[in-house]
Ligand binder design. Sequence first.
Ligand code: DAH
Length: 352
Amino acid sequence: MLDKLNEIEKSALTSLESINDQAALDAWRVSNVGRNSPLMNVFAELGKLSKEEKPVVGAAANRVKVALESALEERSQAIKTVSLAKSLEEEQLDVTLPGRTINIGRLHPSTQQLRRVLAILAEMGFQVYTSREVETDEMNFQLLNFPLHHPARDMQDSFYVEAGDRGDNPILMRTHTSPGQIRAMREYAAMNPKDPPSIRIALPGMCFRYEQITARSEIQFNQVEGLAVGKNITFADLKGTIADFVRRMFGQGARLRFRASYFPFTEPSAEVDVECFVCGGVGCQVCKNSGWLEILGCGMVHPNVLQNGGYDPKIYSGFAWGMGPERQLMLRNKINDIRYFWGNDIRFLQQF
Ligand code: DAH
């Protein structure tokens, strides 16, 4: 038995000498100190030995086991040292190479502009009111004084949502933020129907129109609607508010003009132009030689619309406007194609 143990030890240590990698070392461990190794078989057979032999052989087997395990540990360390030295040698790190650039995310230019607009309006006392993007025909048109088949609807070709047959009140993607006026007025009026509170809100958000996509028109765009309703509100308040906004947005020297216009939900209605930033009013390609750029539509809220919102037009009056943040950015930054906004071209987006 003792001879056998000596033999086991010698052959195990000899074969260990030629091992140079981790895989072979693992295999060696299994066959030399593993559960079915010859050494472990000796332990298993100890029980069959006589009383005198057992302690002697047992002690010898233990000694061999310790010897093999420490040789294994030593070999394992040696292999690790060699492989570390090798990888340091072969996989040298060139610390002079430039690092990989990390792309830092940012807000979309439209979001940035929306926030600028809302920050200015907040300073002027307008609270943000968010309204839904999917609307009924009633909210989007009828209650805003666009009767069925009214020709003004043609300016706002719509995306209809499949929602069964709802007759004259189909579901559509809102074509402007104006339906939020009705929702807001009704919500405010409900707080105190006999004497509804006055309103000063800004309604931002995405609008959708079934347009042919060109450099000048997209099927989606943001708007910021403004609405002020109260007692004794006049066109002078509208003019003052818009003029103040324009100066805060485009600079104290910005000149603006009001032009008479038409919207079904305001009376009287106007469009507002600012002096062209590009040519300073002399006339250029951007302003099509007029010296002016249109930035918004506005007007005094139509009595029918006040009524539909729950505000008695004999007691209350108000003004409203609608403007496009993408359009403002185009003017400010001389962007000549609206398709850049949703084209998702990183070269465009990174400039903001
Ligand atoms: N809703 C109009 C549009 O999208 C813009 C507009 C014009 C809104 C005049 C208003 C307004 O509130 O008074 O074309």
